[in-house]
Design a protein. Structure first.
Length: 402
């Protein structure tokens, strides 16, 4: 057992600012989730359910296409310029969406938002500004910022929609993206180690794509976010059907996510300080799987849904922190942007597939089938995780955190 290493002041400051940048961008993606469908139905072509679903998920597809190029370019040109470019594109997409008058326009505007795919670069920059001994906690800051942003988005979205309309919401997203650019340039300059040539960059990308240890994490993040998006096809309606108002549902989300973050902290400390990364990750996967089984059983009322959400978010928050941290530790210093790009590409594909397939399963069959499919997917993830533990690649991963 090793003693816990504290942050240097500069590490803590930079990590907090990068977490805030991540949060401001994710707020712009999350806040539309509870209000997008009602708004889309008011538009002339809003009766096309498939088109509305495409408009919701279009950003995930363009993110998936561009995460790797952003990551590669950031390894060569620096993190700050690429984050700035991405946030400007994201802001432009939000501004376009504020003026959209049809769902078709929203599809293209949301796709442009997704083209500001800077998550991989932000994650790589967290790796640049922190030591390995504190990196899991730095990634936990990012994970907690995502969870808190998700909660705040769900609570504030209906209120903002009532007061400033959908156009006003998209204007707010634009402003927050521009604010994030200012925060980026307030972080002290980080010099990348041994900046590589184009040929070397492509070689490093091929190395990343062939790395089995990294694909263990990539599979995990795909399943994690596919299940997340599939859940949100059904969960809001189930809460409403249980007798809760939209305001009550928002309070449920906030309470569950705050409790899950409180539960996350001791698990992260145990994983990092006691060298129990594998056990903590396995337990988190199990929690997510149990949550799907509880939702599939569809028994009880709103309290059962709340318990399932709590189980899911505890596991989700832990894995959102531990997986990127492990990725940064097993990837080469010159290829962190490429590794994060592949990781975030697979993550975005999970978002897109989860939204599309989840909606299709729910419409063509039932929510029981949807959550059952999610449970099977999580079971596959757990089996893959367990089988890889005994292999040399996973032993290497575990040694990096001891």
């Amino acid at each position: 057992m090793s003693s816990q290493v504290n942050f240097f002041p500069a590490e803590r400051s930079a990590s907090m600012r990068l977490a805030l940048i991540f949060a401001l961008r994710m707020f712009g993606l999350f806040i539309v989730l509870p209000i997008f469908v009602p708004f889309a139905h008011t538009l002339p072509d809003g009766g096309d359910v498939t088109l509305v679903g495409l408009a919701m998920g279009a950003y995930g597809l363009t993110q998936a296409l561009l995460y790797i190029p952003y990551g590669l370019l950031s390894d060569r040109l620096g993190r700050k310029p690429l984050i700035t470019i991405g946030l400007l594109i994201f802001a432009a997409g939000a501004f376009w969406a504020a003026h959209a008058t049809t769902v078709h326009e929203l599809v293209w505007a949301r796709a442009l938002q997704g083209a500001g795919a800077v998550s991989s670069v932000v994650v790589a920059m967290v790796s640049d500004v922190t030591r390995e001994q504190v990196r899991t906690r730095a990634m936990a800051m990012v994970g907690m910022s995502i969870a808190l942003t998700f909660a705040v988005s769900l609570v504030t979205a209906p209120l903002l929609y009532d007061y400033i309309g959908m156009g006003g919401v998209f204007y707010l997203i634009t402003a927050l993206a521009l604010l994030a650019i200012g925060i980026v340039w307030s972080i002290p300059l980080v010099r990348l180690p041994n900046v590589v040539t184009h040929r070397q960059t492509m070689g490093l990308l091929l190395d990343v794509l062939r790395d089995k240890k990294q694909w263990q994490l990539n599979i995990g993040v795909f399943v994690l976010h596919a299940v997340q998006m599939a859940m949100w096809v059904v969960v809001p309606s189930r809460l409403i059907d249980s007798g809760l108002s939209h305001g009550d549902s928002a309070l449920v989300y906030l309470t569950v996510i705050v409790l899950s973050m409180a539960a996350m902290v001791p698990l992260i400390i145990r994983a990092e300080k006691c060298g129990r990364m594998f056990e903590v990750m396995r337990a988190s996967i199990v929690l997510i799987g149990v949550a799907q089984l509880v939702l599939a059983a569809h028994f009880g009322g709103v309290w059962v849904v709340c318990v399932a959400l709590l189980l899911f978010f505890v596991g989700f928050n832990v894995l959102e922190a531990t997986q990127p941290s492990l990725l940064s530790k097993i990837s080469a210093p010159q290829a962190k942007g490429a590794a994060a790009g592949v990781y975030n590409t697979v993550q975005a594909l999970g978002l897109f597939v989860g939204a599309i397939v989840g909606a299709w399963l729910n419409a063509r069959s039932s929510s029981v089938v949807l959550f059952g499919a999610c449970a099977v997917l999580v079971g596959f993830w757990l089996l893959n995780h367990q089988l890889n533990r005994a292999k040399n690649g996973h032993v290497v991963i575990e040694k990096t955190v001891q």
